[in-house]
Design a protein around this ligand. Structure first.
Ligand SMILES: [Zn+2]
Length: 1062
């Protein structure tokens, strides 16, 4: 837990994420004397956070006297005891909520984006100067910091959590290492030890022992033979976290390496394994002995060679006139560009699904970057479910002594004993233990260690790095039970899903669970082991909400499982007759926060309406007439209550996930802050109703299944480092920026994406390669401290043409979308739209004026950016940024939340959907995945020109699938796939395809199933006839076509051309 004092100095140096402007907690009610509590409960009711490091003992032993405060609800709401807070005792107890690392002091104005006058032309506009309608991608010096100060790498906030402590573990060269080596050195492999018996593990460095490998070859070695990647062994356990990585069980061996498999929920099993070579290939054998490891270490001398191998396809060098070649959309999914690196480096590089850069060739100077007018940034999906993930258990995690970078495939070994950091260039010693390679069981091959062979790797953090014991998995569910909520029938779905998945919640014997419900009052449920039934406790004093019996409300799941199941079975019926229409969401959240503060954990909040009572109450402010306007809409929160509470949550390692199930305006702009700043997620089910909207029910059930069972990391922090000279200055995603480059993530989930913007602070003329490294430190649901590290390496270039050639148009579009959300909120939607268009105009103008030698007519673009105008047009028509439609405000806000929180691949699909013709699917070119044949129809342009009335077309828009059936569609498709006699008998609402015993049906279903497996959440399928109301949504996604308020693609190209050729 951090020191409150240190927070003020460091919090929110980065203001992009909206550092707290909180001036003290608005609900600083400490525990008070309570007649029911008697004098036993005074200074700590379990939500006191003043005892860092000992949270399990925070709960006082005293509890509410059962006779007075609780009663069995017995299936009837009325029987529950209402607890009114008695008058505050005369000797007030100091507020205890302030003792945690919650930011309590107002931040300087400079840290508040809204209050910061930004220099003209920056992308983070302030209110003051009139804004130019474009982005300058170089960030002003304020708040920006180069990444190479030794101190930067050290946590700037002294006491963030034990995670911070991880940054400060024993460094190489520390005497204690010697000790640890001696200790572990006793653990020589018993089989085929490659060492002479005379070798003393703790002996000072000397010649390689006989029988060991030859000394590391010179760095100038010949072309290396193909690398043999150690194949991982396979553990078939479904739950990765239950799967011990392959630590050597030999008690004498303390160092071992294994590959553990992440949890793969059904439907994820067939996700294509990461193809880039950062990952070991799939194989089921674990090397039992020394491997023919022939990888040449990458060293400084390797770099020359690396620059000679142009990997660009000749096509990539082409200049395209988009006015002549309008259809540049490939018929297969757009692939990320391959960085122009020597193949030996590239094959070790990080998988672009995890880590990618908008420019795969990094401009040497900021001046060159400015010239290109393209944004420089990274897009990350750091906690993605992986088919293979090397996990290292080692008592020595090797990091740079100066900048704390984890050793990675792109460092250079000067010799066997020294390695040079690829981020700060410091020369470090190779620790003795690192000389032993547990994979090959050979000494003296530090460059063959898995840490140096894998751009993506996970470390087990030794226990001495922890300030407090890793927190247990804690799950608290906060459920709206107002009349409106009961009407929707959602409680049934949620409770049933929980019942079904209770045993699949990630966790262990320490898992805790609890429930709070609320309407105009807040209800708690005692689930203490030994009770015959759950007991409901109602707190009606929502102005000053307190926790009636903290120790019995969050209970051990194993010990109280029957009570929990009882509650889940009863809950949906308990409120069926309620007439309570009010919603005291804010007080319920305060109560939930207090309950979770001692441990941290995940809070899942289900809300069905606008909160109306107590703190955080909101007013309707959507004006339907202005929905379509780009101005004057309420994209900013109307209160800072939710943000402040989220920051408090973040400080106590609590993340809040919000499930909004509402047909009415619920002010998601305000509510969403609770998730955004606490590193949670928002899920939105508009018009959820158990009878009227069965597809939403199906969607919620499927998505809850994923939500409840997916991997989760607790009390996490993520730090992104980059090579000296580059600077990270703006972060996008759901988190709190704790110090300049440290993101606080109370929870991390495998479905969250992040983006950062960068600038070139110092010239990179002396370097040919730069690297980026993200390190995510978290506590697994099994209570292990783990560090997941991804490292990306990219070349540096000196010419504008090379910068353009290496542009990654999807990553650029994704980063621009994130920037545009910020711009929409801080300035206006129309401002953001203009900036998007100008991003295209500026970069293509730069290309035309600075790269092209002859000024040809037309719209000339580098091949790498051939889809840039199309993707930006698609963004303009995306729900976040579109105008001229009747999009509901909450739906727009939700789309913006998605832009910020989704991994790039999903963001691109929701922006530019994939369209396929599916009435004549064939097996030609089909994929074969575990005995399933999956057709791969070509992707079509998004234009009605591509449709025909005699066909059927499937549009994959990420969160929704739309199957449009033409009026004259072949009878064969109607009967063999849809199972209907004729067009007229297609039901108006059809959201499922029948499983027919026909090859056509099998192919179609296989294809749709496969598409659904590509994403974590469940897209609903709508079958659309001509008269269907969904047809408008289908056509809305035809981004190349003209609409009433938006240009067609061709018109857009003409507009761009005019501006570029000015
Ligand atoms: Zn370093």
């Amino acid at each position: 837990m951090s020191q409150p004092g240190s927070r003020g100095a460091t919090a929110g140096l980065q203001a992009q994420n909206g550092a707290a402007a909180a001036s003290g907690s608005p609900y600083s009610n400490g525990p008070v004397q309570n007649a029911l509590m008697s004098s036993q409960v005074s200074a700590g009711q379990g939500y006191d956070s003043q005892l860092p490091g000992s949270y399990p003992h925070l709960m006082p032993a005293k509890s509410l006297n059962p006779f007075s405060g609780q009663s069995n609800y017995g299936g009837s709401q009325g029987s529950a005891q209402t607890l009114n807070r008695p008058p505050v005792a005369s000797n007030p107890v100091p507020p205890s909520l302030h003792s945690g690392p919650v930011p309590q002091t107002p931040l300087p104005a400079s840290q508040n984006p809204a209050a910061t006058p930004m220099p003209s032309g920056s992308f983070l506009p302030g209110a003051n100067p009139p804004l130019p309608l474009n982005w300058q991608y170089n960030y002003p010096a304020t708040g920006s910091q180069t990444n190479h100060f030794p101190h930067v790498a050290q946590p700037a906030v002294s006491g963030t959590t034990n995670l911070t402590r991880n940054q400060q573990y024993v460094s190489p060269g520390d005497p204690s290492l010697q000790t640890s080596f001696i200790k572990s050195g006793s653990a020589l492999p018993l089989q085929n030890p490659p060492l002479p018996t005379s070798f003393q593990p703790g002996a000072p460095p000397g010649p390689s022992p006989a029988g060991g490998p030859p000394p590391v070859r010179g760095l100038m070695s010949q072309k290396p033979p193909p690398r043999v990647v150690p194949p991982p062994s396979f553990n078939s356990s479904i739950n990765q976290e239950a799967t011990p990585q392959l630590t050597n069980q030999n008690p004498k061996t303390s160092r071992s390496v294994g590959y553990a498999y992440p949890s793969l929920p059904p439907g994820y099993q067939n996700t294509a394994p990461p193809s880039a070579t950062g990952m070991p290939p799939s194989s089921l054998n674990y090397p039992s002995g020394p491997q023919a490891f022939t990888q040449t270490p990458l060293g400084a001398n390797h770099l020359n060679a690396s620059m000679s191998g142009l990997s660009l396809h000749p096509e990539g060098l082409r200049v395209v006139n988009l006015l002549q070649e309008r259809n540049m959309l490939p018929s297969t999914p757009v692939q990320p560009p391959v960085p122009n690196l020597h193949e030996d480096i590239q094959k070790l590089n990080c998988n672009p699904e995890l880590f990618r850069c908008t420019l795969t060739s990094i401009p040497q100077t900021q001046a060159l970057l400015n010239k290109a007018k393209l944004p420089l940034g990274l897009l990350l999906h750091p906690f993605k479910d992986l088919v293979q993930l090397p996990v290292v258990t080692s008592s020595t995690i090797v990091r740079c002594r100066s900048c704390r970078t984890y050793i990675n495939p792109f460092v250079s070994f000067l010799d066997q004993r020294r390695w040079k950091c690829n981020l700060c260039y410091r020369v470090n010693d190779v620790p003795e233990e690192f000389m032993y390679n547990p994979l090959t069981r050979v000494y003296g091959e530090p460059h063959r260690r898995p840490e140096v062979q894998n751009a993506t790797i996970e470390f087990m953090a030794p226990s001495e790095y922890m300030l407090r014991p890793p927190q247990p998995p804690v799950y608290l569910f906060v459920l709206d039970v107002s009349h409106n909520a009961v009407e929707t029938g959602y409680l049934n779905s949620v409770c049933q899903s929980l019942l079904d998945n209770l045993d699949l919640l990630p966790g262990n014997t320490r898992t805790k669970i609890g429930f709070i419900t609320f309407d105009s009052t807040v209800h708690f449920y005692s689930l203490q082991e030994g009770l015959s039934q759950p007991q409901m406790l109602i707190v009606s004093d929502i102005e000053d909400v307190f926790i009636p019996m903290p120790e019995n409300l969050l209970v051990n799941l194993n010990e109280s499982k029957e009570l929990v199941q009882d509650l889940l079975k009863t809950l949906p019926q308990m409120f069926t007759k309620t007439l309570e229409t009010q919603s005291a969401l804010g007080p319920a959240l305060q109560a939930a926060f207090k309950l979770m503060s001692p441990t941290g954990g995940r809070m899942s909040v289900f809300q069905t309406q606008l909160p109306t009572l107590g703190v955080g109450a909101l007013k309707p402010r959507e004006e339907p007439n202005q929905r379509s306007s780009a101005k004057e809409i309420h994209l900013t929160p109307s209160t800072d209550f939710y943000k402040k509470l989220a920051l408090d949550c973040s400080g106590q390692q609590v993340a809040v996930d919000l499930f909004l199930l509402s047909g009415q305006y619920s002010d998601l702009a305000s509510l969403g802050c609770i998730s955004r700043y606490s590193a949670g997620s928002v899920y939105y089910y508009p018009s959820y109703h158990h009878q009227h909207n069965p597809v939403q029910v199906q969607k919620l059930q499927k998505e809850l299944q994923r939500y409840l069972t997916r991997k989760i990391g607790f009390e996490a922090v993520m730090r992104i480092r980059c090579t000296k000279g580059l600077s990270i200055h703006t972060f996008h995603g759901n988190f709190f920026v704790r110090s300049t480059d440290l993101l606080s993530l109370p929870n991390v989930n495998p479905d969250a994406g992040y983006a950062v913007q960068m600038s070139v602070e110092e010239s990179l003329t002396d370097t040919q390669l730069v690297s980026f490294q993200s390190a995510l430190l978290y506590t697994s649901s099994k209570g292990e401290r783990r560090i997941r590290v991804h490292t990306l390496c990219l070349p540096v270039v000196s010419t504008l043409n090379e910068v353009f050639l290496g542009a990654d148009v999807q990553a650029i579009s994704g980063l621009l979308a994130n920037m545009a959300v910020d711009r929409s909120v801080t300035a206006s939607l129309s401002d953001a739209r203009d900036a998007l268009v100008n991003a295209v105009i500026d970069s293509l103008s730069a290309y035309r004026s600075s790269v092209l030698s002859s000024q040809q007519p037309g719209l000339m673009v580098p091949f790498s950016l051939r889809l840039f105008p199309l993707f930006v047009l698609a963004l303009l028509k995306q729900k976040s940024f579109q105008t001229g439609t009747n999009a509901r405000l909450d739906e727009r806000i939700f789309a913006m939340c998605q832009v910020k929180n989704q991994p790039l691949v999903h963001l691109m699909l929701t922006t530019h959907p994939s369209l396929y013709r599916v009435d004549s699917l064939s097996d030609e070119g089909a994929l074969n995945i575990s005995d399933r044949t999956i057709p791969q129809p070509p992707i079509l342009q998004l234009s009605v020109e591509k449709l025909s009335r005699d066909g059927a077309f499937l549009m994959d828009a990420g969160s929704v699938l739309m199957l449009w059936v033409g009026k004259n569609c072949a009878q064969n498709f109607l009967s063999q796939v849809l199972g209907v006699q004729n067009y007229a008998s297609i039901p108006q609402t059809m959201t499922d395809l029948p499983e027919l015993d026909t090859p056509e049906s099998a192919r179609t279903i296989a294809f749709i199933t496969w598409l659904r497996e590509q994403r974590p959440f469940f897209p609903i399928l709508y079958v659309i006839r001509d008269e269907s109301p969904m047809k408008a949504a289908f056509l809305q996604n035809m981004v190349e076509d003209r609409t009433e308020s938006a240009l067609s693609y061709y018109e857009f190209l003409l507009h761009i051309q005019q501006q570029v050729n000015k």
